[in-house]
Ligand binder design. Structure first.
Ligand code: MD3
Ligand code: FE
Length: 205
């Protein structure tokens, strides 16, 4: 069975129109001024090819200490900027959750950047979905199963596509094989930005 037949994987092609994409990139890049992209290092000591920053109360980071969520930018020590309202509205709408996301990881893929097959397991409660928004150059996304050796399928993610990972698909292995350089002019300087909205901490009491 193709991993795309897995319950919980929902691709919403062109969920954001061109105008919404332009507005969202502007809102994200304005916040990036205060929380610049940086190149994280894996616990094994390798710099990632993807540049990252975060928005919201918690941000995902990796360094020699390991993977975790923390409330501050690792370089500046300052709190992450807030999550744009349009993204909170998208989460309420698509993730169908009354509880807001508390983390938005911002991945920047410049030329040649990729992301190896992995699971997202650093969040407190996997019952919450992950919502991904693709902006800029298209990417070849690979999704497999909960087991690493399970078969995988390739999906092209284009600018404006939204992807919801819930239920069994929430713990599926996934990665970005490559970005199709020059396929969009949305991102200043070129490349691709992926936003992932998450509930990293436990639900509010
Ligand atoms: C499937 N990001 O940030 S987004 C990540 O395009 C990440 O930057 C990729 O993997 C990117 O962790 C893929 C689509 C996505 C996000 C989270 C998932 C797919 C997922 C969580 C579980 C299963
Ligand atoms: Fe991931």
């Amino acid at each position: 069975m193709s991993p795309l037949a897995q319950t919980g994987f929902r691709l919403l092609p062109a969920a954001l129109d061109a105008e919404a994409q332009i507005a969202l990139v502007a809102e994200v890049l304005a916040r990036v001024e205060a929380a610049p992209f940086y190149r994280p290092v894996t616990p094994g000591g390798k710099p990632m090819s993807v540049e990252m920053t975060n928005l919201g109360p918690l941000g995902w980071v990796t360094d020699a200490q390991g993977y975790r969520y923390q409330p501050t930018h690792p370089m500046s020590g300052r709190p992450w900027p807030d999550i744009p309202q349009a993204l909170l509205a998208l989460w309420a709408d698509v993730a169908d959750s009354a509880i807001p996301p508390d983390a938005c990881l911002v991945n920047l893929y410049r030329d040649g950047a990729r992301m190896g097959l992995h699971q997202d397991k650093d969040e407190a409660d996997f019952a919450f979905p992950v919502l991904s928004v693709s902006l800029g150059d298209a990417a070849v996304f690979r999704v497999g199963g909960v087991e690493r050796r399970a078969p995988t399928a390739s999906v092209r993610l284009a600018s404006g596509d939204v992807c919801l990972l819930a239920g069994p698909a929430r713990l599926a292995h996934h990665g970005i094989d490559r970005v199709i350089s020059g396929s969009s002019r949305l991102i200043p300087g070129g490349g691709r930005i992926n936003l992932t909205l998450r509930r990293a901490g436990p639900p509010p009491a």
